[in-house]
Design a binder for this molecule. Structure first.
Ligand code: FAD
Length: 672
């Protein structure tokens, strides 16, 4: 790059942590011209976030790399609760499943953030020419609001500074330098932001690299809790900071504690609490409470005084009489709990904030990385659809209306959970200052559903056709709904276990053409396509088959919404893909009995054999009982619209083609 160069880009992503990488991955899959920059010279290699919820694994699978995580990670199956008995000695009081059984085809796993970032980087390389540009940070941001609605404009201008290697490498603290163990304090929320420091160092030593100007159509600030982008926009994080300080140690433990390979919550009588997270490669992560009161004593706990030995000694006190030592420490950090949510998630639906830039909370429930990635998983395809000219800008409003509520729920959850975790156990029922261990167990169990990520339920909007006041999304936004237009409401009763607004659940179905069993979600690849899932019902019944034929004819007609919203020259399934699941016995049906549009033909590759499925018994993997599990009538079926991110948008009957059309017409752009 020449000094002072000026160039245009459709999407500029600032920050290559989990949120930024997820955003870049969508851009890669949807063929968008995007750049992603990060001020750090290297990716992270150890420590940081590690817990992956089952919903996150479903999302990774939709991008094709969940298998790498599944193989390398440690699988967490059981949570053990340890509490003081009447003599004050810690004992195992309960065991509960870590992931609620049958919630997802995946369970919670742990793998450090560096590996997860690696999988994203490999995926970017495989599918695009997008590369993370490291040692690059923005100096200035200007935005021309008057051009916000002009689709051809590049209203955002950012000046970028390219750094030298030395400037882009954060300083390790003294304890880490002497021990040779890397620490995460520089990325901890206790550390002050070092952006200004890096810039002034760069200016002083005169070796700063080049500068360039970028004009962008869209910008996503994924630059973490100290977000530079958020500060430029003048937006604030609202909420509170508690004074609980926690230390984190990643070690190979030498111990006689029997549950060290289980996820444990240990509350001692009066020596604090420890959370045990068994990790990959024999590692165990210990989260240790360093301060016991909510206010006050952290003043004495200067972060430069915190070191691994001190964290270990704290853990030893909580876990006594069990012994705990280590010879190998992989990483450590300390952080302070605070629960805060951004006041705004976007500026004119052109500049967006995501991840830690708009919500911070404690890491104990293993949520931050997951929710951060899910922010940009929600946003990325929407920006891509607008840029690709298939959707209008009204859909972008749903980013804030959908994700801000999730962030608020997350903060409320974390608030309750971390207070219960940090508090001292009650000695008896009269001990009101203490935490009831029954209440703690209850919170853990209830929290598990929320923490799995599958409980996300988006409210009514232009994209989610369900009952509900779209205008009251908790942020005063209109969620993209044009009030002059007739609101379409899906018929939930036709598919009772496919809740509109939630992610499409998954059950096994067989491919009609080759009898192979698939988890249905595996067919919902994240490639920007919408899905019309036709539950064709019992097509061995002639009348039912006639309904399916009529639907096929209607969808294929030249005035139908499918050809209308598919750009000229592109395959008929380029924007909206039809996937069919029928319930007749597999061997009584042929693929060619179905209307052509359900398994489209191309001159180059013949018929598409991967679109029609059957709810029947497989040779080796049992019967998925998809109709029963989805709550769909096996005789008469239903049609479900699924968004590109796998969330259920609308449900109706096979005859409701007009409603399907109205649903899409509310935000899609007809081909010209
Ligand atoms: P970050 O990961 O902070 O990434 C921001 C990126 O932006 C960084 O790469 C940074 O270098 C870059 N950047 C910052 N400023 C600029 C700038 N001005 N210009 C250019 N680049 C910039 N979450 C979980 O889900 N599960 C867990 O188990 C878990 N455990 C955790 C344990 C610890 C000890 C900690 C500290 C956090 C944990 N978290 C966990 C939280 C998780 O790490 C964060 O929520 C997650 O990393 C947020 O992702 P992000 O992409 O929004 O931000």
């Amino acid at each position: 790059i020449e000094d002072g160069e000026v160039s245009n880009v459709d999407v500029l992503i600032v920050g290559a942590g989990p949120a930024g990488l997820m955003a870049a991955t969508w851009m890669a899959r949807c063929g968008i011209n995007a750049r992603i920059v990060d001020k750090r010279g290297t990716k992270i290699y150890s420590g940081q976030a590690d817990g992956l919820q089952c919903r996150t694994l479903e999302i990774f699978d939709s991008f094709g790399f969940a298998d790498r995580v599944w193989k390398e990670s440690n699988h967490m199956l059981e949570i053990c609760l340890w509490n003081p008995d009447s003599e004050g000695r810690i004992r195992r009081s309960d065991r509960i499943p870590d992931t609620i059984p049958d919630l997802s085809r995946f369970q919670q796993v742990v793998l450090h953030q560096g590996r997860i970032e690696r999988f994203f980087l490999d995926s970017l390389k495989e599918h695009s020419s997008i590369k993370v540009e490291r040692g690059v940070l923005p100096l200035s941001l200007s935005f021309d609001e008057s051009k916000a609605e002009d689709l051809d404009a590049y209203p955002i201008e950012v000046e970028l500074q390219h750094l030298t290697d030395e400037e882009a490498s954060p300083e390790q603290n003294q304890a880490s330098k002497s021990s040779g163990v890397s620490d995460g304090l520089f990325r901890s929320n206790m550390a002050p932001d070092d952006t200004e420091e890096i810039l002034s160092k760069a200016a002083k030593n005169g070796r700063a690299g080049t500068r360039e100007k970028i004009r962008a159509k869209y910008m996503i600030g994924c630059d973490g809790a100290h977000s530079w982008t958020r500060n430029q926009l003048g937006y604030k994080l609202e909420g509170e900071q508690t004074d609980y300080i926690w230390g984190v140690l990643d070690i190979i433990p030498i111990t006689d504690f029997p549950d060290i390979r289980m996820r444990c919550a240990i509350h001692s009588a009066d020596s604090g609490s420890v959370m045990v997270i068994p990790r990959e490669n024999k590692l165990v992560r210990l989260y240790i409470q360093m301060t016991t009161t909510e206010k006050g004593d952290h003043e004495k706990l200067d972060r430069s005084n915190i070191n691994p030995r001190m964290i270990l000694e704290s853990a030893q006190r909580t876990m006594a009489p069990y012994k705990l030592e280590y010879k190998y420490c992989d990483w450590w950090t300390a952080y302070q709990i605070g629960q805060r949510v951004g006041s705004n998630f976007s500026k004119n639906d052109r500049i967006f904030l995501a991840g830690d830039a708009v919500h911070t909370h404690s890491p104990k429930a293993g949520q931050g990385m997951n929710v951060s990635m899910q922010d940009t998983y929600n946003l990325g395809w929407k920006i891509a659809a607008v840029l690709n000219g298939t959707a209008n800008r009204s859909i972008l409003k749903t980013y804030q209306s959908e994700r801000r509520r999730i962030a608020q729920d997350l903060i409320a959850f974390d608030h309750r959970f971390s207070r219960l975790f940090s508090g001292r156990p009650a000695k008896d029922v009269m001990d009101e200052a203490g935490i009831s261990m029954e209440e703690f167990k209850d919170a853990f169990q209830k929290g598990n559903r929320f923490a799995s990520g599958v409980a996300v339920d988006y409210g009514a909007s232009v994209l989610v056709a369900k009952d509900g006041d779209a205008a009251s999304q908790g942020d005063g936004s209109d969620a993209g709904i044009n009030s002059a237009r007739k609101r379409i409401i899906g018929k939930q009763s036709l598919a009772t276990a496919i809740p509109i607004g939630m992610r499409m659940p998954s059950f096994k179905v067989l491919n009609q053409a080759d009898a192979r069993p698939w988890h249905f979600q595996e067919r919902l690849t994240s490639n920007g396509k919408w899905r019309l899932v036709v539950f064709a019902g019992d097509v061995s019944d002639q009348q039912q088959m006639a309904r399916v034929q009529r639907l096929g004819k209607s969808l294929a007609s030249s005035s139908s919404f499918i050809p209308r919203f598919t750009p000229r020259g592109q395959p008929i399934d380029a924007v909206i893909e039809i996937l069919t699941i029928h319930s007749a016995p597999r061997t009584t049906t042929e693929l060619h009995d179905f209307p052509d549009i359900l398994h489209p033909y191309s001159a180059k590759e013949g018929w598409d054999y991967w679109k029609v499925f059957v709810d029947d018994v497989s040779y080796h993997e049992g019967h998925g009982r998809a109709y029963e599990n989805y709550g769909v009538d096996a005789k008469t079926g239903a049609v479900v619209i699924v968004r590109p991110d796998g969330y259920v948008a609308w449900i109706g009957e096979l005859e409701d083609v007009r409603d399907m059309d109205d649903y899409f017409s509310a935000f899609m752009v007809a081909r010209t």
